[in-house]
Design a protein around this ligand. Sequence first.
Ligand SMILES: [Zn+2]
Length: 406
Amino acid sequence: MRDQGGGLWSALIGQPGAVERLHTAAEAARAVLADQTGPAVAAMTHAWLFTGPPGSGRSTAARAFAAALQCSDAYAPGCGQCQDCHTAIAGTHPDVTLVATDQLTIGVDLTRGLVLGAAMSPSRRRWQVIVVEDADRMTEGAANVLLKAIEEPAPRTVWMLCAPSTQDMLPTILSRCRHLALRTPSPDAIADALSAAEGVERARAYGAAQAAQGHIGRTRALLHDEAAVAGRAEALKLPGEVADVGRALRAAQRLVDAAAAEAKVLNDALDAKETEELKVALGYGQGKGAGSARGVAGSVGILKELETKQKRRATRTQRDALDRALIDIAAFYRDVLAQQFDPAGTAALGLVHQDHAQQTGAVAARSTPEVTLRRIEAVLEARKAIAANVAPLLAVESMAMALRAG
Ligand SMILES: [Zn+2]
C-alpha cells in the first residue's frame, strides 16, 4: 500500500483498506477544486455512507475524511497538523458540521436545519461537510428531507452518513451514497495503536481489546474507566450465581444497578456541563438585580426542555450499558462453548474473557454444548427484549431464570 504519511489517518485503527480509499478520494477532491475532470476526480463524490460494527470507528473515519477535505497542507490531504485538520477533527471548523445525537431519534426539524446549512457556500472555499454520526436514528420524515438534499446536491457539499449497516438506511438514500464498510479491528491492531498513542502497556491493551471484542471505545473504557471495569466484573459474576433462585435474582438486580451506575458517571458530567452552559446563556446569576437569580423571562420552560432531553439520554445510556453487560455474558458462554469443544485447552488463546478462563472452564465441565447454546439464546432474548422496551430488570431476571434452567 502507498504511504499516506500517517497524519490523521493513523486514528483509523486496523482499517488499511478504508484509509487507502479515503485518501484517494481526498486527492480526487483536490482535483475537483482545481477544475479537473475525468478519471482524476472519479474517486470523489458528494454523499458517503460509513458502516461498520459499533466501536469500529465509523465516525472517526468520517471526521478524518472531513478533515482531509479541508486540509491546507500543500503536499498531501490529511496532514493532521494544519489548522484546518485540527479544527475539523475538533468540530470547530466553520465548514464542517458534526451531528452526534445522544437522543433516540433524529427528527425532521434538525434535518431541515442541516439541509439549509449544507446549501451554503463553504467559507474557506473548499467543501461544506456535514457528518451525521447516527444516520440510522433518522425518522422516516427526516430521511425523506435528507433524500431530497442528496438528490440535488450543491456543488461543494459533502454528506457523510454513519450507520451500523446498509440495512439501517432507506434504499433510496443508500443508492445515492458511496459506501465504505469498516470491519471490526483485530485486538492486535487495537493494542498496537493504543500502546503507541496512549502509552498503555501492550499486554494490558491486548487483553482489554479482546474483552471488548474489537470495540475501540469499549477497550479504552476498560483501560481507564472504573465504572466500566466494575460493570464488566458484575456481568461476568452472574453466570456463577444462577444455580440458586434467590442469588440469581439478586445478581440480576446488581447487574441492572451496575449498568445504571456506569451510565450515571457519563450522564452526570454531560448534564452538569449543559445545564451550566444554558444557564449562562439565559443570564442566570448575572448582575445584582432582584430578578437575576431567575434568569430571563421564559427561561424556566427552556430549562425544563433540557431536563426532558437529559432524561431521554439517561434512558439510552443506561440501556447501552446494560446491553454491553449482556454482550459480555453472551461472550462468557461462547468461551464456555469453545472450551467444551476443546477441553484440552488449546482454545485458550481465542477466548474473549481470557481473565475468566477458569470460571468458563468450570461451567464447561458441568454442562453440555446443547445447554450452553440454549443459554446464549437466553442472553440474546434478553437483549432483544430490552431493545423492545421491556423493563430492564424484568428482562434480566427472566434471563437469569432461563440460564438457571440450563
Ligand atoms: Zn492538514
